[in-house]
Unconditional design. Structure first.
Length: 368
């Protein structure tokens, strides 16, 4: 199964690999003019069973492989990681017609794509997402980035993977917490556009938790197709695409506030779930929509505030740090951060001009 879409007349593909133990990269390569050199950037935390067949297949085909294993922790999403990739490309004399293949979650994908866009002003880029959040969200859309000066994705651009490979085998090996953390991004697409997604998430809890592939295939494809609707004609986020940031104004402020050690206290998807509750509360209060979302998160044992994270209970001034970080949001115009308001599955962008309301949202929703 494939999903094909065009960005500025250029074809991009999402390939679902159900019957093979590794994605058929060779087939995709055969359709491109490449020099058969490939740098594979892989997260050290990816289960070895996910990649052994991949490397075997690639070596059989005559591809000249270089493998760079890295730690995909959020704290490593920085210029050092980016330059490590660039240094490797220069050292091994990669060309514009060489391929970067990233194999990991959002951090690995974002930094690898940025390197692919910058090296020699652009080279071929493939991606295999290995976390649920990456599979249902960050694997497409072209957003690249590194964190700088403690601001999330403050340096980046847009560079789309020519091929994305979603592997049944990889999904089977995703650890439970990483798997569940992808569900808020699925719910987000249900709230901003496709009610059918919400119904599937609500009615198929057991099948989803058991990784029933027939349900997952349906829900992943619907979510990715929804995302494509929003970004394909607005790649640079000038208008329609901004709706995909629903929950992210507060989510990124939460994540920035917790980037103070090597332990990943909160996953991106978990922060998005809390962030969506916060944005509904800020724009509309605790209405029916708030309750539906809150109940859905609780059904999947996802956090609805930071109270679940016991480590943070003694972390003083967290409310003030989150408030300060809200104003570093990339979507802001002048001094005002912006968030998304949803009305009958139709998103709109609103400016957050009321500081006391922002503080109230942080106190009553995020750190309650």
């Amino acid at each position: 199964m494939e999903i094909n879409y065009k960005i500025e007349k250029k074809l991009h593909k999402i390939t679902f690999c159900h019957n093979r133990e590794s994605p058929d990269i060779n087939k995709a390569l055969s359709k491109l003019y490449s020099d058969k050199k490939m740098l594979v950037i892989i997260d050290k935390r990816v289960n070895k069973n996910c990649t052994k067949y991949l490397f075997k297949d690639l070596k059989k085909s005559g591809v000249k492989l270089e493998i760079l294993k890295v730690d995909g922790n959020k704290i490593n999403k920085n210029k050092n990681f980016l330059l490590k990739i660039i240094d490797k490309l220069i050292e091994k004399k990669f060309s514009k017609k060489s391929v970067i293949l990233s194999c990991g979650g959002g951090v690995i994908g974002d930094v690898s794509a940025l390197a692919a866009s910058l090296y020699l002003r652009g080279m071929i880029y493939f991606h295999i997402p290995t976390t649920m959040t990456a599979i249902v969200d960050s694997c497409i859309g072209g957003k690249t980035g590194i964190n700088y000066k403690k601001i999330i994705n403050s340096i980046g651009n847009y560079y789309h993977a020519q091929n994305v490979f979603i592997s049944k085998n990889i999904i089977n090996f995703i650890p439970k917490r990483e798997y569940i953390a992808g569900i808020p991004e699925i719910i987000k697409c249900g709230l901003i556009h496709n009610k059918k997604i919400l119904n599937i998430v609500l009615k198929n809890k057991n099948k989803i938790l058991k990784k029933d592939y027939s349900i997952l295939l349906k829900i992943i494809s619907l979510t990715l197709k929804t995302k494509i609707i929003f970004f394909k004609d607005d790649v640079n986020e000038n208008n329609k695409r901004l709706a995909l940031n629903f929950g992210h104004t507060f989510a990124h402020a939460i994540e920035m506030s917790l980037l103070f050690n090597r332990d990943e206290i909160i996953r991106h998807g978990e922060a998005v779930g809390i962030g969506m509750l916060a944005e509904i509360f800020y724009s509309e209060g605790k209405n029916k929509k708030f309750k539906i979302l809150n109940d859905l998160l609780e059904i999947y044992n996802l956090p609805t505030s930071l109270k679940k994270y016991k480590y943070l209970q003694n972390f003083k001034n967290l409310k003030n740090i989150i408030f300060k970080n809200i104003f570093l949001d990339k979507k802001r115009i002048n001094k005002y951060p912006r968030c998304i308001k949803i009305n009958n599955h139709k998103p709109s962008i609103i400016e957050m001009r009321n500081n006391s309301k922002i503080k109230k949202t942080i106190e009553q929703i995020i750190v309650r």
